[in-house]
Write a protein that binds this ligand. Structure first.
Ligand SMILES: [Zn+2]
Length: 242
């Protein structure tokens, strides 16, 4: 999302000249409207217009292209001609939102945002002591933008067992967790742009712990039941509140 946001900066300040696609929105409403801003919140993407916002959610198989249409019309949810430029969104969910975005989205919860608020994240974590950390990291109200790969890598980096209950995590470890959720997200973006993301995975889909030279465990942990890869030897499961 952040990569697309950067790529779409030249669209800001320009008018929408054409809008087509099979998204169930009023395409006519978009014409001649000026793009005021481009925003992201986790995996959601926003094109802000006067009085309304186009919200794009890429779901599992969504994609986009800039400059030319790369997928067939049946996959095209929304195609925009903006000034001299074009952008196409495929197999995603498109909606128009008339409410003020600030009243719906907590920008301070977006780990990649300039206004990311680690203290607020800590407060939310303190309020859920009985939640496993693997579930807490995927909670978009706390760590918007963190997905399953980032979850696995962050927990491996800070040597924390995914099934540790949040309330049992020592204070220093909790700080490391909150900081790494953001740090790793920026590393993830940097590597993704260079197409070297997988090369940098230490835990996700891996079979052996590099630190211990022991097999990693693969388990569908927590309530979210997402694929989790971890080392039972060096990732500590804290059992008592400290
Ligand atoms: Zn290990």
């Amino acid at each position: 999302m952040v990569i697309l946001k950067e790529a779409m900066q030249p669209f800001i300040g320009k008018k929408i000249l054409e809008a087509r696609g099979n998204a169930k929105i009023d395409m006519g409403q978009l014409l001649q409207r000026k793009i005021l801003n481009i925003k992201t919140w986790g995996k959601q993407f926003f094109i802000c217009l006067p009085n309304t916002t186009i919200r794009i959610h890429f779901l599992m198989f969504g994609s986009h292209s800039i400059g030319e249409q790369t997928r067939p019309d049946k996959s095209l949810r929304l195609g925009l001609k903006v000034g001299r430029r074009t952008v196409f969104f495929y197999t995603c969910a498109v909606r128009l939102i008339d409410e003020d975005l600030d009243s719906i989205y907590d920008w301070e919860a977006d780990v990649m945002s300039d206004v990311w608020n680690p203290r607020k994240a800590r407060k939310k974590l303190k309020a859920m002591p009985d939640t496993m950390v693997c579930d807490a990291l995927l909670d978009q109200q706390i760590f918007s933008g963190v997905g399953n790969i980032i979850k696995n890598e962050v927990l491996y980096r800070i040597m924390l067992h995914p099934e540790t209950l949040v309330g049992n995590i020592p204070a220093r470890k909790l700080t490391a967790l909150i900081n790494e959720a953001r740090n790793y997200s920026f590393d993830f973006l940097k590597w993704k742009k260079k197409f070297v993301l997988k090369k940098h995975w230490l835990a996700h889909t891996k079979k052996t712990c590099k630190r211990c030279d022991l097999p990693l465990v693969k388990k569908y942990c927590g309530k979210t039941k997402r694929r989790t890869f971890f080392c039972e030897n060096c990732q500590v499961k804290y059992n008592f509140s400290t």
